[in-house]
Design a protein around this ligand. Structure first.
Ligand code: SAM
Length: 547
């Protein structure tokens, strides 16, 4: 078997890809009985090849408008003049621009890798840099290494206009020196795109690998690894770049630290990822059941319900659990808010359903579980978050305020736990997470809320009790105690809004909690990574309870 033939499942069968069809048509052309037949076959082959890139452009998402302008400027710039006037060290060519499709491809890989820090070695005018930067989160950064200072000035106005200039750091100088400096500064990358001088590739690759500059789960993506086909079919033209690429490809293929796949996309793109070590001692090194820590936080295939999921903290929990992979039932007493959040999740591609239930009624709690199971196929995670908060001095607290608070925050929460627990105990696994409050630990002031404080202290005790009762039956029960959370409830209340100043003085962090501050904790508590945690009250209060 020829080297690499084990990957080539169709090498002897019917032509199945554009390249295989091309090979088939051209081989028939070589054997054509007459010139007319040969011309017909060559024309067929020509159309097949000539139509490929335009078709890919038509069916792929186009570059952003600013990126299109930058591509146009790069292709129409008088590069020969710039060089003869001494503005560029080397004679640059418009062909150096990788173009919109490749920019989209690299940006897509960055999205798949959930990249925050990206390296580009060889920026040219920055069309790929721009596409990547537009895809990165606000605090993401692409370090673009470029030997020509001229390119930095060329690209900056476009980065600024696209609003991504803060996300781009153009590092001017020979790439190997720049890489050394970045390594010394401790910068590490989720994804590196090598696209500079081909003779330098092997050195850049070794710098990245030997100094562990790529973060776990990251990749090195390399352009031009087919080099016009000269890597596998030298056409007699002396081509040092093709020789360098051939050496590079051979080295990477033999490097036991990595897996590589070379795609026949444009001039050839290699995607290189680090292998799991074969000499790992135990699951600390290999990951539990092969799951590295970030995989253990994933909730793929799980079903979660969230009471009070229509707004505020519950809505933030729903998004977090959905982003982590779970299907979500949004439970709310108000149909419109439940449906609005469920629709928001569906818009992000998260399977979701709205369930209307009044958690103060046992029948509703049972129906809530039954509807979730019927709609989404199970119930693995339950977040009991619905609650009310009323403010009154102890001596003035009316009986119905006490009853309503305990009905929702305490009895309702218990009824939810009970209905959810019955289902989960029968299944032998489950995660229940209750929303308590820092009011379970201290007496918040200056607002007066005795019923609320007592109801939330009871939530902690319910959590501890259930955590113990169900610990050996696969069901964990924990609660979360947020500090004061900056929600519409506070912003829209004339009684609470003026208290913000006093609260801020009580919080070491110097700010209220945002709902997004609570999202990672809910994912942790819902995940396999927290399987040994039960009956716990997880406090997220910026230090409020410590002062
Ligand atoms: C093919 S272009 C890069 C295209 C760009 N990545 C894109 O996606 O459009 C190669 C770039 O690498 C730069 N370059 C060449 N040798 C370099 C080196 N030793 N260090 C840094 N940049 C270099 C060139 O000036 C040129 O702008």
């Amino acid at each position: 078997m020829a080297p690499g033939a084990e990957n080539c499942i169709h090498s002897t069968g019917q032509p199945d890809t554009p390249v295989e069809v091309l090979v088939d048509v051209l081989s028939k052309a070589l054997r054509a009985p007459d010139a007319g037949e040969m011309k017909r076959l060559v024309e067929q082959a020509y159309k097949l090849v000539a139509g490929l890139d335009p078709y890919l452009d038509t069916v792929s998402t186009p570059p952003s408008p600013v990126c299109q302008e930058l591509i146009h400027a790069s292709l129409s710039h008088p590069w020969a003049d710039a060089h003869s006037q001494g503005k560029t060290r080397f004679l640059q060519k418009k062909e150096c621009c990788a173009g919109g499709l490749e920019g989209r491809f690299i940006a897509t890989l960055c999205r798949l890798a959930a990249a925050k820090t990206v390296l580009e070695v060889g920026m040219f005018t920055g069309t790929t840099t721009l596409a990547v930067a537009q895809q990165l989160p606000e605090d993401g950064k692409v370090y673009a290494l470029e030997i020509e200072e001229y390119m930095r000035d060329f690209s900056q106005p476009y980065f600024r206009r696209a609003g991504v200039d803060k996300k781009v750091d153009v590092v001017v100088g020979p790439a190997s020196d720049s890489l050394e400096r970045l390594a010394a500064l401790g910068v590490r990358f989720d994804l590196a795109f090598l696209d500079a001088d081909k003779g330098g590739y092997l050195g850049y690759y070794k710098q990245l690998m030997d100094n562990n500059l790529i973060l776990p789960g990251g990749a090195i993506v390399v352009d031009n690894t087919l080099m016009k086909g000269r890597t596998y079919e030298p056409d007699g033209v002396k081509d040092e770049s093709a020789d360098a690429i051939r050496e590079f490809n051979d080295f990477v293929r033999r490097d036991a630290r990595v897996d590589v796949v070379v795609l026949p996309f444009r001039d050839g793109v290699s995607i290189i990822t680090r292998r799991a070590p074969t000499d790992a001692k135990d699951e600390v090194a290999t990951g539990l059941h092969g799951n590295l820590i970030m995989q253990r936080l994933k909730l793929n295939g799980r079903v979660a319900l969230i009471t009070g999921g229509g707004q505020g903290i519950g809505r933030a929990f729903a998004h977090a659990l959905g982003e982590a992979g779970a299907a979500i039932a949004i439970v709310d007493v108000v149909r419109a808010t439940a449906e609005a959040t469920a629709a928001e999740l569906a818009g992000k591609g998260i399977r979701s359903v709205a369930v209307v239930a009044d958690i103060t009624r046992a029948k509703d709690c049972e129906r809530m579980v039954a509807e979730t199971v019927a709609a989404l196929g199970g119930l693995d995670i339950a977040v009991n978050n619905a609650g009310v908060n009323m403010n009154n001095a102890a001596e003035d607290t009316p009986e119905d305020e006490w009853d309503m608070t305990f009905n929702v925050n305490t009895k309702g929460l218990f009824l939810c736990c009970q209905a959810e627990g019955r289902h989960m105990l029968a299944a032998g696994r489950g995660r229940i997470i209750n929303t308590a409050s820092m009011a379970s630990l201290l007496v918040p002031h200056p607002q007066k809320q005795i019923a609320y404080n007592a109801s939330k202290a009871a939530v902690v005790k319910i959590t501890q009790t259930l955590g113990c009762e169900w610990a050996d039956r696969g069901v964990t029960v924990n609660c979360m105690s947020p500090g004061i959370v900056n929600t519409a409830l506070i912003q829209e209340s004339d009684a609470l809004r003026p208290l913000c100043k006093e609260w801020l003085a009580q919080i070491p962090a110097g700010r209220l909690a945002e709902v997004t501050d609570l999202q990672a904790a809910i994912v942790l508590l819902a995940s396999d990574a927290a399987s040994y945690m039960t009956g716990h009250n997880l406090v997220l209060d910026g230090g409020h309870t410590l002062w």
